[in-house]
Ligand binder design. Structure first.
Ligand SMILES: Cc1cc2nc3c(=O)[nH]c(=O)nc-3n(C[C@H](O)[C@H](O)[C@H](O)COP(=O)(O)OP(=O)(O)OC[C@H]3O[C@@H](n4cnc5c(N)ncnc54)[C@H](O)[C@@H]3O)c2cc1C
Length: 428
């Protein structure tokens, strides 16, 4: 297997039909009208999990597919990237009787992938042309908002500074999580519904926003977060020091990747885990994550940490990197160990250092749109409607504190509902 194949090797390969049937038959099909199954309650998008699994069991794949896409326009993507152990699979009743939960994510992938590309569902009602809305950002939140508005017969134009749709799903979510991704087909479905996309349209000036405000009744902000936070410790400029997002984007594009013997990853969120696991797939013999706090403080999911350890990633806790050392290229990191008596210094060899300490906030929006309010880095919205401090604007996704694709979908659906109501009021 060459390095590229290895990097894209799935951690969750697709089910073959026999395995899918076996797995579907394990589902107890809990829940009834008015009392949804725990897995459905745990799904932020609200997918009728027992419903689609039953259809797989009966061999009705088109119906299973309709069910998963009814609630989530990114159902195929989510089937691959959702943290299912803490969502649907974590809620599966089989856990309570000591059995393995139903593999909901992999079954959802069976349903979502069935006979793609499909033509998609055309909008049922004619567009209310007087009632157009703008969506800024074609990431998961923007796509989900556009779909939900289109379904209500409202004309939607999506603006994005990138060349194509997907946001972080396209550029950041690690390749080993989504080999043969389904994003393209999901975007085609939206196009088939009449959603208009304007790419290479980065909105950066106050005037850009004014023009949209004059033209559209309601505007959705799905712009996510900014680039990686900058590392400012001495030595950050050395060759061999990377930020997490360009590192993963490079891995995804299949471009040249640095060779290394010792990869050190700074940070302990899910992005740090992704970088480390990519490092393992690059055949780097020693991959170490350094985190300045104790394990209970880390933001990565425990199941992800277990999987990373299983793959060979090492962790050093309570270690703060103070300097990246080297002459023109990195040769090591100098650290301080917190909570240790005596000599707390530590030096580790490293020929590749990747910082994964989070993304920058979108604070520039305050200069571009009036009336937005913030809680630290997070845009404040009304949780029921996604409406911001500026009543013309709505938001969801990472911009309002989300951390997963499916959360972005959930928030965007709520916002779309409220936007449609506002648009109809204005039109009518
Ligand atoms: C490394 C990494 C790994 C991840 N892994 C997972 C995972 O395994 N599972 C999971 O569920 N989630 C994962 N996530 C999180 C997930 O990707 C995000 O929660 C999700 O993409 C947020 O969607 P969004 O629409 O809010 O923003 P984004 O995906 O960031 O999309 C924002 C879009 O807005 C556009 N935009 C921004 N500003 C402007 C502007 N001014 N004008 C025009 N366009 C603009 C951008 O080009 C982009 O397309 C991961 C994130 C990272 C960083």
């Amino acid at each position: 297997m060459n390095i590229l194949d290895k990097m894209h090797e799935a951690i969750q390969p697709p089910f073959d039909p026999a395995r899918a049937l076996y797995e579907a038959e394990r589902c107890l099909e809990c829940g009834q009208t008015g009392s949804p199954a725990p897995c459905t309650v745990a799904c932020p998008a609200g997918i009728d999990v027992p419903g689609f699994i039953k259809n797989i069991r009966l061999g009705h794949l088109p119906q299973a597919q309709d069910i998963v896409f009814a609630e989530n326009p990114l159902a195929g993507t989510c089937a691959r990237v959702c943290p299912t152990p803490v969502l649907c699979e974590g809620a599966c009743v089989l856990n309570h009787i000591g059995l393995r939960p139903v593999a909901v994510g992999r079954l959802q992938r069976v349903a979502a992938d069935y006979s793609f590309p499909s033509p998609g569902t055309p909008a049922q009602r004619p567009f209310l042309r007087l009632a157009e809305v703008a969506v800024i950002g074609a990431g998961p939140s923007g796509l989900a908002c556009a779909r939900a508005l289109s379904e209500q017969g409202i004309a939607v134009t999506v603006y994005d500074g990138a060349q194509s749709a997907g946001g972080l799903v396209r550029t950041a979510i690690a390749p080993y999580r989504q080999p043969e991704g389904s994003l393209e087909s999901e975007v085609r479905r939206l196009e088939a519904m009449g959603v208009r996309f304007e790419f290479n349209r980065q909105l950066t000036a106050r005037e850009d926003f004014r023009r949209l405000e004059d033209r559209y009744t309601a505007i959705f902000l799905g712009v996510g977060l900014g680039p990686d936070k900058a590392v400012t410790i001495p030595g950050h400029h050395l060759a061999g020091v990377w930020a997490a997002l360009p590192f993963i984007e490079r891995a995804k594009s299949g471009g040249w990747m640095p060779r290394a013997e010792h990869l050190v990853v700074i940070g302990a969120g899910n992005t740090a885990i992704d970088v480390a696991r990519e490092g393992i797939r690059l055949d780097i013999p020693e991959v170490t994550i350094l985190y300045r706090r104790t394990p209970d403080k880390m933001r990565a999911y425990p199941f992800e940490v277990r999987e990373a350890v299983h793959e060979g990633v090492r962790f050093q806790w309570q270690v703060e990197v103070q300097e990246i050392i080297g002459t023109w290229r990195v040769t090591g990191v100098r650290c301080r160990r917190a909570g240790i008596e005596g000599d707390a210094r530590l030096e580790l060899p490293a020929d590749l250092v990747v910082s994964a300490i989070g993304q920058q906030a979108r604070s520039e929006l305050s200069q571009l749109v009036d009336g937005l309010t913030w809680d630290g880095n997070q845009l404040i919205v009304d949780p029921a409607s996604g409406q911001t401090g500026n009543r013309q604007y709505y938001a969801a996704g990472d911009l309002i504190g989300g951390t997963t694709v499916v959360e972005a979908v959930r928030g965007a659906k709520l916002a779309a509902q409220a936007m449609a109501q506002s648009v109809r009021r204005n039109a009518g």
